[in-house]
Design a protein around this ligand. Sequence first.
Ligand code: SAM
Length: 310
Amino acid sequence: MKKKNYMYSFMRCLESQGYFSSEVDGSGVQRWKSTVKSSLLCSGDDKLRSLLMIIAQPPHYQPWGRVADVVREGRCGAELAFDGVDSVWKVFARNPHWQSSFDKAMSSLTVGALRAVKEVVQRDSLLDKTPCVMDVGGGHGVLLAQLLQTGSSSNPAMRGICFDQPHVADAARASPSPEIAKMGGDVAARISFVGGDFFAERSMPALPAGSVIVMKHILHDWDDTKCGVILACCHQALSPGDRLFVFEQLLDADAGNPMAAIMDMNMMMVPGGRERTRKEFESLLRTGGFKLDRVTNCSPMMSLLIAKRI
Ligand SMILES: C[S@@+](CC[C@H](N)C(=O)[O-])C[C@H]1O[C@@H](n2cnc3c(N)ncnc32)[C@H](O)[C@@H]1O
């Protein structure tokens, strides 16, 4: 029996979805070429490619495979899909390849948000007198680098601390992100990568008065109780009146933002967290000792919530 040509079936399927087009050349050989759709997934477009890479890896799709159990039992998908872990972060930590794909994806997704962040920070002079910015769960420091660079003209001495799990901080220090190198100047030299656990008391360094803590896409990874612990640690690191910048997508109570509703499901399936409405954030922050001051829309998928430490 003739063996099926799997590669041909694969390419035909992709072509049927518009990812490639094909033609038969003069010698009768069928050749495929890229289309606009497939070129979006080439290594030049890191945003979409890296997002696809993480969605296609086990830490993401295995928890989704337990969707019925997650919904029925209200448990975290990673905990159900992987033996002996209580969070997806431990699954990444077990496998350096998954960890590094995830970190790269987060960095390139962050690049997509930088222009909007820069505009808001400059327009509202948000960092003019800030001695230090600490990005909690800051990954490889791309957002932090952008904040330091944006503040450079009015505040060239501002320093940055990128706080994340010890193995993530070690990797960020050992192989600096190309996105930061592209920013140039002395930004990289003003960042320290500090390893720690944002659930452990006094794990975060105490900051000089007037500092800012930034958290982007952190609170949506966790339930309200865990967020309370993270906020308590941030509260401990800041002084009264200092600011907390939370970058998150806001959920509409009436399901009018379909992307937020899908991300809400994704947070429930993979890390065991949730997206929140403005009101829910306000209450979460209040319980953690912060008062929500204002909310600015950075893009359809990201808002900046500015809160003051009480
Ligand atoms: C969704 S990612 C967000 C990364 C980055 N803020 C961004 O938006 O690109 C969550 C981050 O939280 C970090 N993290 C998870 N658990 C942590 C813990 N217990 N202590 C410190 N960081 C943690 C992860 O390593 C990861 O970098």
